[in-house]
Design a protein around this ligand. Sequence first.
Ligand code: NAD
Ligand code: TYD
Length: 352
Amino acid sequence: MILVTGGAGFIGSNFVLDWLAQSDEPVLNLDALTYAGNLANLASLQGNSRHVFVHGDIGDRALVDQLLSTHQPRAIVHFAAESHVDRSIHGPGAFMKTNVEGTFNLLEAARAYWGTLQGEARANFRFHHVSTDEVYGSLKPTDPPFAETNPYEPNSPYSASKAASDHLVRAWHHTYGLPVLTTNCSNNYGPYHFPEKLIPLMIVNALAGRPLPVYGDGQQIRDWLYVKDHCSGIRAVLAGGRLGETYNIGGWNEMANIDIVKTVCKLLDELRPDPAGPYARLITYVTDRPGHDRRYAIDARKIERELGWRPAETFETGIRKTVQWYLNHAEWVAQVQSGAYKEWVAANYQAR
Ligand code: NAD
Ligand code: TYD
């Protein structure tokens, strides 16, 4: 089996669902169920004996040791993290705890477990660390996209904590020989995306007739990757990536935020027209995010050259599937917007 951390979050749950749909190999899913973790994402796996869910913290060494020795996974795929830049600005502590200390704890537990393995089990073991393109900092308009060789220049508490975790993973390979792989990917979008991030926030706000808050001038550029393409990229690296290497995963889809928001509005106009008028009427420019990175772009040629991976979706096909998914899953949206979600929206948007 494989051990997945953070498998109740956005990307982790998509990864677990895709994995179990494509492979007989069971998944042990360790997740602390923070505000971002949601067992409803995994509801279709109820009664599936190949999915074992454990509610726990990657920072709990005794628990992780016990899970590794009992279940003897052949790989760890590490998604668990605090993942939202705006939350890292409001409260960076949790990011240091989970992203830095949690990853350190997991590496130490993996190292101890790997030390007990022998022969093929030892040779085949993998620690796959899932990270972000934000560790490379911000690009100028004419800069080439991020290659794996770009220097690390993280600018937010979130990206700094992810950069720190990447460095730990690298060091555990160089110093202890732990068989690690790291992937740094661009902005994901797709089903089960928590509506604190740009695309799902715009969809749920538009459907509720609320303002669509665009930070600053809306000209910040991100490279958008459909989440299922990210999952297939991780599977490709896990299966064939060279030990100790990092692979950038991107969608070849650089777009300005305002164009993303307008695209979402147009699709909603088509799929769920609002009698009150086009959804773009709700676009509202608000105070910018402090330290807002201007541009991210990924050069994903290494994973293509070495492993033959390319994204299957264009932005046009992926965003249409995504908007349709949100329209079809109103109950999921209502459930994630209850409780603490409202407090976050008030904390982040009221003073803007
Ligand atoms: P998410 O916030 O949706 O999910 C994170 C999951 O981790 C949640 O289920 C949460 O409960 C769990 N978790 C948090 N702290 C934990 C802890 N201490 N112990 C165990 N579980 C814990 O995040 P996501 O968007 O799915 O991102 C997954 C990974 O991919 C993260 O490492 C993130 O840095 C990385 N990443 C995300 C994106 C993106 O666009 N979403 C882009 C690049 C990289
Ligand atoms: P986000 O989804 O938070 O991802 P990240 O900060 O990791 O790239 O934000 C994507 C972009 O959208 C980013 O440039 C900030 C911007 N943004 C808005 O303009 N308005 C919003 O309400 C949010 C959440 C993000």
